[in-house]
Design a protein around this ligand. Structure first.
Ligand code: APR
Length: 249
């Protein structure tokens, strides 16, 4: 199966990758719906909502500070690097990710679309203020504040990520849908494929006549439309696949 998938990739000109939390699992970042997806007694779905933030901003910020700390310790893994290599080979056109962990960028992916925001960005709940904490060098400051405040107007800051019930950034979503329509192959990596509208992406590729390749340790919401399902860890399968593609080219 691996050899056949490699042949499909080697003969494609317009491949996109659609990734989820599973691609970062081997970097030590817990996924959302796995057995480690719990923080204290809460499920992410109970914390990553505008209502939870309204009700208890401290609780939600504590959850995000915990995640920021975890992500700061994490490094990209061989799966992230394999996608960088595929991009350099001129096969992969874009990575569309649901992850907020910045690891695709850290690994070196150039054309990256972040559908759910980025955990290192914050924005003000009242004014237009936005900040990228890696650029401003204020990560430690934010982590040490009980409730991070806007340096401009003093209102509450919030993580610049998409919460349940919130719309996705329209520029990113439109770009992702356009790429999906044009793609001849999508590699779906480490997502449960349950959260919409992001999960439409493989469906759009399929409906437009493209091929769906899935890499996951278990079946997902996308598996029913997958033309190829490679079961296993992304950090093991993706590098092998890219090596095989390189051999053919
Ligand atoms: N390699 C490949 N797949 C893996 C690995 C691994 N090493 N480890 C776990 N997986 C798979 C799981 O089997 C599961 O299908 O990764 C998937 C992770 O699923 P979720 O935790 O649901 O993450 P994701 O699909 O990215 O969630 C979507 O939900 O909470 C929101 O906004 C959040 O972007 C997130 C969205």
């Amino acid at each position: 199966m691996m050899a056949e998938v490699a042949r499909v990739l080697a003969s494609s000109k317009n491949v996109i990758a659609f990734t989820g939390a599973g691609i970062s699992a081997e970097s030590g970042i817990p996924t959302f719906r796995g057995k480690d997806g719990l923080w204290k007694k809460y499920r992410p779905e109970e914390l990553a909502t505008p209502e939870a933030f309204e009700r208890n901003p401290k609780l939600v910020w504590d959850f995000y500070k915990w995640r920021i700390k975890k992500i700061l310790k994490a490094k990209p893994n061989p799966a992230h690097y394999a996608l960088v290599e595929l991009e350099k080979m001129g096969i992969l056109k874009a990575v569309i990710t649901q992850n907020v962990d910045d690891l695709h960028r850290e690994a070196g992916t150039k054309n990256l679309i972040e559908l759910h925001g980025n955990i290192f960005r914050v924005r003000c709940t009242s004014c237009e203020f936005r900040e990228h904490l890696k650029e401003s060098g204020r990560i430690d400051e934010i982590l040490s504040e009980d409730l991070p405040k806007c340096p401009k107007c003093g209102s509450l800051l919030r993580p610049d990520v998409v919460w349940f019930g919130e719309p996705l950034p329209s520029k990113e979503l439109n770009e992702a849908f356009k790429l999906a329509k044009e793609a001849d192959v999508v590699i779906v990596v480490g997502t449960s494929g349950l959260v919409y509208p992001a999960a439409y992406i493989p469906y759009i590729v399929k409906d437009s006549g493209g091929v769906v390749i899935e890499i996951n340790v278990q079946k997902s919401g996308i598996t029913p439309i997958a033309d190829f399902f490679l079961r296993g860890k992304a950090g093991e399968i993706l590098p092998k696949l890219v090596q095989e593609v390189r051999r053919i080219l």
